[in-house]
Design a protein around this ligand. Structure first.
Ligand code: HC1
Ligand code: SF4
Length: 581
């Protein structure tokens, strides 16, 4: 153990502890900007690049970055001496000297770490600004994300997320001095890189350098167009997180208030992606059972395991890295896309609206859903099944912009038929939820028996890679679950090499599933926030009168009136897809 003195407090720490961690243990807050510690993901970003966390160590000539300086025996440290405060201010002024000053119109305004740090440090002027040459980079726009490197402070948090957590490797720092920027290889556009649009880089970016494509203006225009019927669907994970934008604790369920807010915003029909999640289970569950039965009958052409395919960043990832395994994922479309296809056929017919006059908007915790809407296989004659996908954050902006007092809204109910869901549809939003939902239905359809306890506790948890065996009345099904693309890669490599034999695998690109999505209120990867959102979804499930997708009366009606049966020709046309190398 090492003993040192920080701001006149004596503390004993283990060897290797940084000054930042030792100070935090004492309850002393040292500001940071580039530093990001996500122990549950096994990553710590501390390039010691920003220098905002400098502290004074007696006997040393230079100030030391607290995030990257190990405690030493007998050290005497001052975290807020005049010298330290002056240095931090100068460092901030230098960072700002090469940073755009358009905070008022920046997408991250109000939630920007750089802006907040500048406020805390009392920055009122930037000396020499009139002579400074601002570095300017071209903006890079992709279907989901905008890169504005003028606003990059080279904290490299995005690199850590993309490379160490997601193992995608789409972003690297390049250049020197003022010309340094974080970019895909050869400075190509994100769209031409291996980027999956998972949005995890956006979730940790402390400035406006990485933001989502904002579709709210287009949505407002459609809402103002009286010739359009604008239908909205809300993804499972949104209801457990949107409240954070309005001062609620993480994990507060605000489903009824979201419905009420969307009605006030002028949407014609307020529906639930959870309905489509129930539909996904019907299609994917039948596909799973079909493959298992074929496998048991000795059919060598049957591919197992089956992989879930509802996460577009994951689809993007396996198309890039596992082109030899494209027949393994389920062909079921994601709930977002199933919803769009059903809304613009079955529901449009029901209410007598032409496809071209219906606009489908989705509210998603995800940025890759924007890209998914644009995949050409999800459109008819150029008319997309889902017109616009906005993130949870964008919905919060819409509500604030419309001056709606969210906290005072009374709960309202979804419209039917596409607004009714079972508890199985709700848990899609957290890691393990899709495979648990599928197991509830597949169990009853396979065994013909009632599943009394629907809680498959063995499939729940927050570990990045999990395996479990579920018992279908004697048939043991080996299930794999991974969240985070790095974990997905580890799991899939084992499947590819034959080291792991599984029947079904659920994969979600974002660590801990959609609750931790890149479009959610900025969580900076904090596990506790994401965990509480997940717990909220399990609570919502437990409170539902029906908890098995195949019992959803509106799903039963949909098959009876329109689709026929799961995996029917029509179901294949509207609800299934294919993948590209
Ligand atoms: Fe998800 Fe899904 S669960 S992918 O995480 O299958 O985004 O919430 O909407 O489509 O239902 C996201 C969440 C979401 C789809 C569903
Ligand atoms: Fe990497 Fe995901 Fe960001 Fe793309 S969206 S650059 S894959 S972290």
């Amino acid at each position: 153990m090492i003993q040192l003195n920080i701001d006149r407090n004596v503390i004993e720490v283990e060897e290797g502890t940084t000054l930042l961690d030792a100070a935090r243990e004492l309850g002393i807050s040292i500001p940071t900007l580039c530093y990001l510690n996500l122990p549950h993901l096994g990553v710590e970003n501390r390039p010691a690049g920003c220098r905002i966390c400098v502290v004074e160590v007696e006997g040393r000539r230079n100030l030391a970055p607290a995030c990257a300086t190990a405690c030493g025996e007998g050290m005497v440290v001052h975290t807020n001496s005049i010298r330290v405060l002056n240095a931090r201010k100068t460092v901030m002024q230098m960072i700002l000297s090469d940073h755009p000053k358009d905070c008022l119109s920046c997408a991250k305004s109000g939630m920007c770490d750089l802006q907040n740090s500048a406020i805390k440090l009392g920055i009122r002027q930037i000396p020499g600004q009139e002579f400074a040459l601002m570095t300017s980079f071209r903006k890079d726009t992709s279907p989901s994300i905008i890169r504005d490197m003028d606003k990059c402070i080279v904290c490299r948090r995005c690199e850590t997320m993309c490379n160490s957590v997601q193992t995608v490797g789409a972003l690297h720092a390049s250049g020197r001095g003022f010309g340094v920027a974080v970019t895909p290889a050869f400075e190509q556009n994100l769209e031409d890189s291996t980027c999956t649009y998972c949005g995890q880089c956006v979730a940790v970016c402390p400035t406006g350098a990485l933001t989502e494509i904002d579709e709210t203006t287009k949505v407002i225009r459609r809402l103002a167009d009286s010739s359009k019927t604008v239908v909205v669907q809300i993804a499972p994970a949104v209801r457990a997180a949107l409240g954070e934008e309005f001062g609620y604790e993480p994990g507060t369920l605000v489903t009824g208030k979201i419905v009420a807010a969307l009605r006030r915003l002028g949407f014609s029909y307020i529906f639930d992606t959870d309905f489509a999640a129930d539909l996904t289970i019907m299609e994917e569950g039948m596909e799973l059972l079909g493959r298992i039965k074929g496998h048991l009958a000795g059919d060598k052409s049957v591919r197992l395991p089956i992989l879930t395919s509802c996460c577009p960043a994951w689809v993007n990832f396996f198309e890039t890295y596992y082109p030899d395994m494209l027949d393994v994922p389920s062909t079921a479309r994601s709930p977002q896309q199933m919803f769009g296809a059903i809304a613009k056929t079955y529901f449009a017919d029901k209410i007598g609206v032409e496809r071209e006059d219906m606009v489908v908007v989705s509210v998603m915790p995800c940025l890759a859903k924007k890209y998914e809407c644009q995949r050409k296989e999800f459109s008819t004659n150029g008319n997309p099944d889902v017109d616009f996908s906005i993130s949870t954050r964008e919905l919060a902006h819409l509500i604030k912009e419309a001056n709606i007092n969210f906290g005072e809204l009374d709960d309202e109910e979804f419209d039917n038929p596409l607004g009714y869901s079972t508890g199985a549809g709700v848990i899609f939003g957290t890691t393990g939820g899709v495979i648990e939902a599928a197991s509830r239905t597949a169990y009853e359809l396979y065994t013909g028996k009632e599943l009394v306890d629907v809680n498959f506790m063995e499939l729940r948890g927050f570990g990045g890679i999990r395996t479990a065996t579920v018992d279908f009345d004697g048939l043991k099904l080996n299930i794999g679950i991974a969240s985070g693309l790095g974990n997905a890669r580890l799991l899939l490599d084992k499947v590819r090499s034959g080291e792991l034999e599984l029947h079904a695998i659920e994969i979600m690109a974002c660590p801990n599933g959609c609750v931790g999505g890149g479009g959610q209120p900025l969580h900076h990867g904090k596990e506790e926030t994401i965990r509480r959102r997940a717990e909220a979804l399990y609570r919502a499930d437990a409170e539902k009168p029906l908890r098995k997708s195949h019992l959803n009366p509106y799903i039963i009606e949909l098959y009876k009136e329109f689709l026929g049966a799961p995996l029917s020709h029509k179901a294949h046309q509207l609800l299934h897809t294919h993948y590209y190398k």
